[in-house]
Ligand binder design. Structure first.
Ligand SMILES: Cc1cc2nc3c(=O)[nH]c(=O)nc-3n(C[C@H](O)[C@H](O)[C@H](O)COP(=O)(O)OP(=O)(O)OC[C@H]3O[C@@H](n4cnc5c(N)ncnc54)[C@H](O)[C@@H]3O)c2cc1C
Length: 417
C-alpha cells in the first residue's frame, strides 16, 4: 500500500495489485539458473523489508543508514560481475544485473539505487587495469575492493569536470609526480556518492593533451587538500551528488590504476556496463509507473465509473505497455549477448537512449492517469518524474550516445553503402 499524502489528510491509496511485470519478464527470459533465482528472491525480500518501507523517509532526508550497506552486502548485492577472490559473485553475468535492478526498482527510489550501486563504476577499472608487475595494483585491489563489497567502505568514480563531462579526453584535472607521490590539482563535479566515499577513483591528466594523457588514480577520502561539497539537485536525493576540489592532494604513486595513460580506455570499457544498467533501470522504473497508473485507474472513480473503464485510459495504458515491452525485448537480447561475452556498443548506446526516452513517455502517461496524485510526494511516479532526466544524461548524454552508435555502426559496416 502506498499512501499518497502525508500530514494526516485522508487520501486514496494505491494498492499494489498488478503482477504484470513478472508475467512480461518470464515471457522473455530464459529459464533462470537456480542460483540466479535464489539471488533474485533474496533481493526481492531485501527490497520489501529493508527499502520499500523507508524509501520515502530516506528520500526526504537525502540520506540512508550505513547499516543498509552491510545488509545489502550480506545478500551479495555488491558482488555481481566481480571476482570471488575479492568477495564478488564471479559467475554472475548481465542477467544477474537485470534481476538485481528489477527487484531493487520495485522501491522506486533511483537515488538510493544509484548510491548503493555506485561501486559498480568505481571498482571495475581496478580489475581491468594492467598489472605493472610490481605488486602495487594487486595491493590496491586488496585494500579497496573487499571492504567495499562487504559494505564497510564506499567508493565513487570522478570523471566529469566543471568544464564538461562529455569530452572526457580533454579533462583538465592534473597530477604530476613528486617523489613517491602524485600531486593532484583540479575539480570534479556531479559526482555520485562523492562526499561519502572512502575511495575515489579519479580521472586525471598525467601526460600531454588528449586521451593518451589520461590516467586513473584512487584518492583516499581523508586525503588533505580534498574538499567535498554536496550539490542541491532536482532528484536522486539520497545519491549524494557532489562537487570535489583537489588542492595539492598528495597521493601515493602506488594508487595509480594500471599504467599511466591507461585511464581513457578503462573509462570507456566501464561505460558499456554502466549504460546497459541505465537502460535496464529506465525500463524497470517505467514498469513501476505503469503499475501505479493501472492500480490507480482501477480504483479511481470519476462520473460514477472507474477510470479503467474509459477507452482513452485503456489506450494510454496499452501504449505505455507497448513501449515498455519493446524496450524489454531488446534489453533481454542485449543481456543475452553480454552474458555470452559479446558487447555490441552501438546496441547498448541505442538501447540506453530508447529506454530513457520511453521512460519519459511512460511517466507522462502515468501522470495523466494519476492526475493531481502524481504531483504529491510519496507517489512513485512523482519521484521518478524528478529522477528520470539523469538517465538520459549520466553515463553519456543521448547526443553522445548517438555519435558513438553511428561511429560503431559505420565501423562494423552496418551503415548502407
Ligand atoms: C545526478 C548526476 C550524477 C552523476 N554522477 C556522476 C558520477 O558519479 N561520476 C561522473 O564522473 N559523472 C557523473 N555525472 C556527470 C554526467 O556523466 C555528465 O553530466 C554527462 O557526462 C554530461 O556532461 P555535462 O553535464 O558536463 O554536459 P556537457 O558535456 O557540457 O554537454 C552539455 C550538453 O551538450 C551536449 N553535447 C556535448 N557535446 C556534444 C556534441 N559533440 N554534439 C552534440 N551535443 C553535444 C550534451 O549531450 C549535453 O546535452 C552525473 C551527472 C548527474 C546529473
Amino acid at each position: 500500500m502506498l499512501r499518497l499524502l502525508q500530514g494526516g489528510r485522508r487520501v486514496p491509496e494505491l494498492t499494489r495489485q498488478c503482477q504484470w511485470q513478472r508475467t512480461i519478464a518470464t515471457r522473455f527470459d530464459r529459464e533462470e539458473p537456480v542460483e540466479l533465482k535464489m539471488f533474485r528472491e533474496s533481493v526481492r525480500r531485501f527490497t520489501e523489508k529493508e527499502i520499500t518501507p523507508y524509501a520515502n523517509a530516506w528520500e526526504e532526508a537525502g540520506e540512508y543508514p550505513v547499516s543498509l550497506q552491510t545488509k545489502a552486502a550480506e545478500i551479495g548485492l555488491y558482488g555481481i560481475g566481480l571476482p570471488d577472490e575479492y568477495g564478488g559473485i564471479g559467475d554472475s553475468d548481465a542477467r544477474w544485473q537485470v534481476a538485481l535492478l528489477e527487484e531493487l526498482c520495485r522501491a522506486g527510489s533511483l537515488g538510493l539505487i544509484e548510491s548503493l550501486l555506485i561501486h559498480t563504476i568505481a571498482v571495475p577499472p581496478l580489475l581491468a587495469a594492467s598489472d605493472r608487475g610490481d605488486g602495487q595494483l594487486e595491493a590496491l585491489r586488496e585494500r579497496v575492493i573487499p571492504p567495499v563489497l562487504r559494505g564497510e567502505k564506499r567508493a565513487c568514480l570522478g570523471v566529469t569536470e566543471p568544464s564538461g563531462g562529455s569530452d572526457v579526453a580533454n579533462l583538465r584535472t592534473k597530477a604530476h609526480v613528486d617523489g613517491d607521490h602524485y600531486i593532484i590539482n583540479g575539480e570534479k563535479t556531479f559526482i555520485t556518492g562523492g562526499t561519502r566515499a572512502d575511495f575515489l577513483t579519479v580521472a586525471v591528466r598525467t601526460g600531454g593533451e588528449g586521451k593518451n594523457g589520461v590516467s586513473l588514480i584512487v584518492v583516499d577520502g581523508d586525503t588533505p587538500g580534498l574538499q567535498r561539497t554536496r550539490l542541491p539537485t532536482t532528484g536522486w536525493w539520497p545519491s549524494d551528488t557532489s562537487h570535489l576540489t583537489f588542492t595539492d592532494c598528495r597521493v601515493p604513486r602506488s594508487n595509480l590504476v594500471g599504467e599511466e595513460g591507461q585511464g581513457f580506455p578503462l573509462i570507456m570499457h566501464n561505460f558499456n556496463l554502466e549504460r546497459f544498467v541505465i537502460a535496464v533501470t529506465a525500463i524497470c522504473l517505467g514498469e513501476e509507473c505503469l503499475e501505479e497508473a493501472e492500480s490507480w485507474a482501477r480504483q479511481r472513480y470519476t462520473f460514477g465509473q472507474p477510470l479503467l473503464s474509459r477507452s482513452v485510459i485503456q489506450h494510454r495504458l496499452v501504449d505505455m505497455r507497448t513501449a515498455l515491452t519493446s524496450c524489454r525485448a531488446w534489453m533481454t537480447l542485449v543481456a543475452e549477448q553480454m552474458s555470452q561475452g559479446h558487447t555490441d556498443v552501438a546496441s547498448i548506446c541505442m538501447l540506453k537512449n530508447h529506454s530513457s526516452a520511453t521512460l519519459r513517455d511512460v511517466v507522462d502517461g502515468a501522470v495523466h492517469v494519476l492526475g493531481g496524485a502524481s504531483y504529491i510526494r510519496g507517489c512513485k511516479t512523482e519521484r521518478i518524474f524528478r529522477d528520470m532526466n539523469v538517465l538520459a544524461i549520466g553515463g553519456g548524454s543521448s547526443e553522445i550516445m548517438k555519435e558513438l552508435a553511428f561511429r560503431q555502426l559505420e565501423r562494423n559496416g552496418s551503415i548502407a553503402k
